[in-house]
Design a protein around this ligand. Sequence first.
Ligand code: SF4
Ligand code: SF4
Length: 208
Amino acid sequence: MPPKADKAPQVCLCAHECVSYARMGRKTVRFRCHSCGHCCTDVVCLPTPWDVIRIVRNTGKLPSQFLEFLGPDEISEVDDNDPTWLVCGTKRYLMALKRGKRGCYFLNKRTKFCKIYEHRPILCRLYPFKVQETRKGKFNGFTLHKDVGCPRHRDGEVETKPLHRLYRQDCGNQRDYEDLVRAFNKREYPGKKPSDFIKLFVEVKCTR
Ligand code: SF4
Ligand code: SF4
């Protein structure tokens, strides 16, 4: 998500210099966030395990304080085949940031700013930008998502290089996430709960 505070976007957490960036088409995308609040109030944020660990380390909060696990009836527009569904017996769940009637757990309801701006999930940092690919599936730049509810104001300019770094980082995180979910879904035991997934990824991360 673009900045919701009066500071420059915190965009790059990635240690890798981008190798394909030089071949990218557009160096900027026309956009300016007008802080309408839609993305922090009406949209469910799905963090990766690495987002969760970063938030825990930097806020001191327990994952159980800010995470919830949503069933198919509680979330729309996620493909049935999405590889991050956590399977517990006959049920399945997606890991999400908790939300209330007035939006995300981390939204300051008074100021409408993100309370963990420096540590927010990568998904929030990339919103509402969408990767463009060539016909051969090669990365080709960014545009704005059409169907995510953002009003997509075009009166600003955002550099695509930091977005590309985030995108690469997110691709790696998503691959790790899918591996962890596969390992979790293979385990079957009485009383299995989606929140057990947290223990699994904290264990794996701590042994790395
Ligand atoms: S973590 Fe912050 S930026 Fe992301 S949805 Fe919540 S309030 Fe918005
Ligand atoms: S929906 Fe778009 S304009 Fe509104 S706060 Fe989010 S990024 Fe900014």
